[in-house]
Write a protein that binds this ligand. Structure first.
Ligand SMILES: Nc1ncnc2c1ncn2[C@@H]1O[C@H](COP(=O)(O)OP(=O)(O)OP(=O)(O)O)[C@@H](O)[C@H]1O
Length: 378
């Protein structure tokens, strides 16, 4: 089978001419990201915003041309609007404040999404993958629900959406009406995940603008109804995608999950700085896999220099929300689709999540117990 390369695709796109300007797509500088994976090609066309509406036929022609290349199994072209001043660019969250319009991938995304009937939106984030962010997000959402709040959980972890499995909804599909997608419901939560919409192996080929477009569409089109809190399980890391979500979604604040090890804490600091840069309040740090208690003898072992997150929180002048032990029941219950907060509500682990949920609720509602208005950042 012929090898598909970026060059081969660009060559093909040079044959597509935009009639008005007489320029081909590559020379015009409109071809953005090109992702090739096992014969599946996805690319973005980043065009000046004023051309947007008339570019659909060009997009379709480009998609068809690339699809026709030998060895290409599927081709997807995504149209997105250039930021002011050019179509190319990029940058990482750590690389300075985003300029007007932000880094690549958020060009068409000025302003915040309006999620009118959702009172507070809280992002659960981590500087790196595998620290237990999704497990924490699920249990925290469930613990908030057990405090009497109406809670939604939005799984934005496009690189590995785990909520369908973790919340007992693997294989489920959301219902759609003419104008909206209805969230699924289980364990008292309203749940939406990118994992309900795409085949399991698809998310990894989505990058930058594609990710943002898909997430925006989901957030906008899902009929959440009235919610006290929406918990967003963020994609791990601190790159453009995370930054754009933080800028586009009217977050009340963010919670950062870290393990106690130094390296994870370094990443947690990056996460903290990312949210601060875009003026999203960091509501606190949670230390996951903090310690281990032997179920037989009750001996407590601090495997990874427990307490690192608390120290980091102090150093970075951010609240410390609490610690969750490393325990096989936390993993087993999540794997089985009924997280520990629901499966074993009286266990010390469920109580640890409950305490964090209470602290979070208090912060969101203000010290006097009165609901405070959602913080939005313009
Ligand atoms: N406190 C804990 N005790 C035991 N196992 C845990 C705990 N927290 C998470 N795990 C397990 O660790 C693994 C990774 O957790 P999880 O998927 O929540 O991480 P994550 O940070 O969301 O990862 P990613 O963002 O990379 O998808 C899972 O198998 C989960 O069950």
């Amino acid at each position: 089978m012929a090898e598909i390369t970026r060059e081969r695709i660009l060559d093909e796109l040079r044959s597509i001419i935009h009639a008005d300007s007489g320029s081909d797509l590559v020379s015009a500088g409109w071809v953005g990201e090109v992702v090739i994976r096992d014969g599946h090609v996805t690319f973005t066309l980043e065009v000046p915003p004023e051309l947007g509406p008339e570019m659909e036929p060009v997009r379709a022609a480009a998609e068809k041309a690339v699809h026709a290349l030998p060895g290409v199994l599927t081709a997807t072209a995504v149209l997105t609007a250039q930021r002011q001043g050019g179509g190319q660019g990029g940058g990482q969250a750590g690389g300075g404040a985003p300029e007007e319009g932000g880094p690549r991938g958020q060009q068409a995304l000025h302003g915040k999404l309006a999620l009118g009937s959702v009172r507070h939106i809280v992002a659960v984030a981590s500087g790196k993958g595998g620290v237990g962010k999704s497990t924490t997000a699920a249990n925290l959402a469930l613990a908030l629900s057990r405090l009497g709040l109406k809670v939604g959980l939005f799984d934005a972890d496009i690189y590995g959406p785990s909520m369908p499995r973790m919340l007992g909804l693997a294989g489920a599909e959301p219902t759609t009406t003419d104008s909206a997608i209805l969230p699924l419901e289980n364990h008292g939560l309203k749940i939406m995940s990118i994992g309900f919409m795409v085949p399991e192996d698809a998310p990894v080929i989505w990058r930058g603008p594609m990710v943002i477009g898909a997430l925006e569409q989901l957030l906008r089109d899902v009929e959440w109804g009235e919610l006290d809190v929406m918990v967003i399980d963020m994609p791990p890391g601190t790159g453009d995608t995370q930054l754009t979500i933080s800028q586009r979604v009217p977050l009340s604040g963010a919670v950062i999950v870290s393990t106690p090890q130094d390296i994870a804490l370094l990443d947690a600091r990056k996460g903290l700085n990312m949210f601060r840069k875009v003026e999203v309040p960091v509501l606190g740090l949670i230390e996951n896999m903090s310690y281990y208690v032997c179920p037989n003898c009750g001996h407590r072992e601090e495997l990874f220099a427990h307490g690192g997150a608390k120290r980091t929180a102090e150093e970075m002048d951010c609240p410390f929300l609490g610690e969750i032990p490393l325990d096989i029941r936390i993993r087993e219950t999540s794997d089985a689709g009924t997280p520990i907060v629901v499966a074993e509500p009286d266990s010390p682990h469920a109580k640890a999540y409950a305490a964090i949920a209470q602290a979070l609720k208090d912060t969101l509602e203000g010290d006097d117990g009165q609901p405070m208005p959602a913080i939005t950042v313009s």
